[in-house]
Design a protein around this ligand. Structure first.
Ligand SMILES: O=C(O)CCC(=O)C(=O)O
Ligand SMILES: [Fe+2]
Length: 259
């Protein structure tokens, strides 16, 4: 699309249902760091509620997005049913309000960067919800932290990456860990990634699931409303430990290492 058609949509206002932006809106400790990323952010589910706000151009955009958003929701529900079964819980355990807050989509565009040693595409962070679904095209750039080291998560053709987010760590009382990840740049190829963030309802009460708490495994996190978490997440620049500590019952405890 020509720049003049895109320009009116540029905004840092997180409440907008559709916006274009660069870098990131995380506060990032006041460092002022900027990231090598343009992105389009939109609310994509439920479709009836958000489609009127989607851009009218290009022509095929709305139809394609609607089909993708529905399929995505089904995929996320299936993965969550499998996770619940794997934990010995009823398979509908994570469905309902924990994924009922709509789906937010980031379409990230990382142009080739003349000197990738100077900046990253996206700051290290954990995603907010139970899980996010990421399509990363065919150019590498995603890295995940594994035992204290950053490892490349190379694209697998026709496969999605599922990232577990903070809420999964909290509701499972630390049994499953949120994965810290970042995007690095490269000097030769542009990279496109599409991240679907399956949000809980803002007023849903989040706490370790009673089924996963016992005398031997007391709750590590206090109850809170997702709305409170959402504000704290942006203010803490999405830093994994800073965010989790705000909701821990004993903030001085060690936070489980990521595996
Ligand atoms: O571009 C990527 O691979 C990661 C994007 C991401 O983590 C996000 O938008 O939350
Ligand atoms: Fe992410």
């Amino acid at each position: 699309m020509p720049a003049e058609e895109k320009l009116p949509h540029y905004s840092d206002d997180l409440s907008k249902p559709f916006r274009l932006d660069t870098s990131t809106t995380y506060v990032d400790g006041g460092s002022g760091d900027r990231y090598w990323r343009d992105y389009l952010q939109l609310q994509c589910f439920p479709i009836d509620r958000f489609a009127p706000d989607w851009p009218a151009k290009p022509d095929a955009f709305s139809g394609g997005l609607a089909a993708y958003a529905v399929a995505l929701q089904e995929l996320a529900a299936t993965v969550l049913e499998l996770v619940a079964e794997g934990l010995g819980l009823d398979k509908s355990f994570f469905l309902g309000e924990l994924i009922g807050g709509g789906t937010l989509m980031n379409v990230n565009w990382y142009p080739p960067c003349p000197d990738p040693s100077l900046t990253m595409g996206l700051v290290p962070h954990c995603d907010r919800p139970l899980l996010t679904v990421l399509s990363q095209g065919d150019v590498s750039g995603l890295q995940a932290k594994h035992r204290g080291r950053w490892i490349d998560v190379h694209p697998v053709p026709n496969a999605f990456v599922i990232n577990l987010g903070h809420l999964m760590e909290i509701v499972t009382n630390g049994l499953l860990h949120s994965v810290e990840h970042r995007a690095v740049t490269n000097s030769s190829a542009a990279r496109l990634s599409v991240v679907s963030i399956i949000m809980p309802e803002m007023d849903s009460r989040i706490e370790p699931l009673p089924a996963l708490v016992s005398e031997e495994k007391p709750p590590k996190f206090r109850p809170f409303l997702f709305r409170e978490f959402n504000e704290a997440y942006t203010a803490a620049a999405a830093n994994r430990e800073d965010v989790l500590r705000l909701f821990m019952i004993h903030p001085s405890d060690t936070i489980g290492s990521q595996n």
